[in-house]
Write a protein that binds this ligand. Structure first.
Ligand code: PEP
Ligand code: MN
Length: 263
């Protein structure tokens, strides 16, 4: 399997994992977005994530602010210099995210599981040069994950990365989504030049699992991390249990042991 790839070329910090994207699960209010972003920037973070459109499992919860929140991401960029990242699930999301200058797009686990949705996204990305990070599908199906990446790649997107966010299971004893590390390891064996980023927040579902999962990802040679961080995690409108403050995230990252040689 070959993908036609170019390096992601995302900002990095030499002493830390090569790429760290941090920010809240959801962009809730202008104040929450700006406060969190400024705290993260003060800790040396270069890339800010926040969900604008939220794929909730059940109806009735907070489903994101939509377009209203996009100017807040623009402000983050102007005030902190951080690059911004958000999830896109439809061609309309892609169009709006690009219109407001979002720098990095990611495709969520529920979307990757749907080839029709992936093809629609691929068609909307034709001729667009933006880094796209593709989460694994919710189910442990490596072929579906690779197939989704192929669709986006065939549309001409060469700056592609994969995000490992764990796999849905009835077994919720420890993890919210089982890591099944053998799947991203096999992905790396199949497509060695594809950067793979670990999302410990959605794997663990719990704050206390963020540090060990980050370390495991580094030990396995992952290329970066995407971690949910909120200025007031207990009050978060989505995924409250797994978010950490920028202070705590900085502490977790400072304790990571990173080997020089990644395989
Ligand atoms: C998220 O990143 O907030 C999210 C909804 O993730 P996933 O698609 O991995 O569930
Ligand atoms: Mn989340």
């Amino acid at each position: 399997m070959e993908l036609d790839l170019e390096p992601l070329n995302l900002p990095s910090d030499n002493e830390r994992p090569s790429c760290v994207i941090a920010g809240p699960c959801s962009a809730e209010t202008e104040e929450q977005v700006l406060t969190t972003a400024k705290q993260l920037a003060a800790k040396g973070c270069h890339m800010f994530r926040a969900g604008i459109w939220k794929p909730r499992t059940k109806p009735g919860g907070f489903e994101g602010n939509g377009e209203k929140a996009l100017p807040w991401m623009k402000e983050v960029k102007e005030e902190t210099g951080m690059l911004t990242a958000t999830e896109v699930a439809t061609p309309e999301h892609v169009e709006l995210a690009l219109k407001y200058g979002i720098d990095i797009l990611w495709i969520g686990a529920r979307t990757t599981a749907n080839p029709f949705a992936m093809q629609a996204l691929a068609d909307s990305l034709k001729g667009v040069d933006v880094p796209v990070l593709i989460k694994n599908p919710v189910n442990p199906d490596l072929e579906l994950w690779i197939g989704g990446m192929e669709r986006i790649n065939r549309a001409g997107v060469k700056r592609l990365g994969a995000i490992h966010r764990g796999f849905s299971s009835v077994d919720k004893k420890i993890y919210r989504n089982l890591p099944m590390w053998q799947i991203p390891i096999e992905l790396h064996r199949r497509i060695p030049n594809l950067p793979i980023i670990c999302d410990p927040s959605h794997i663990g579902g719990r704050r206390d699992l963020i540090a060990p999962l980050c370390q495991q990802a580094m030990d396995l040679g992952f290329d970066g991390l995407i971690v949910e961080s909120h200025c007031d995690p207990d009050e978060a409108w989505s995924d409250a249990k797994q978010q950490v403050t920028p202070d705590v995230l900085d502490y977790i990252l400072s304790l990571l042991v990173i080997r020089d040689e990644h395989t």
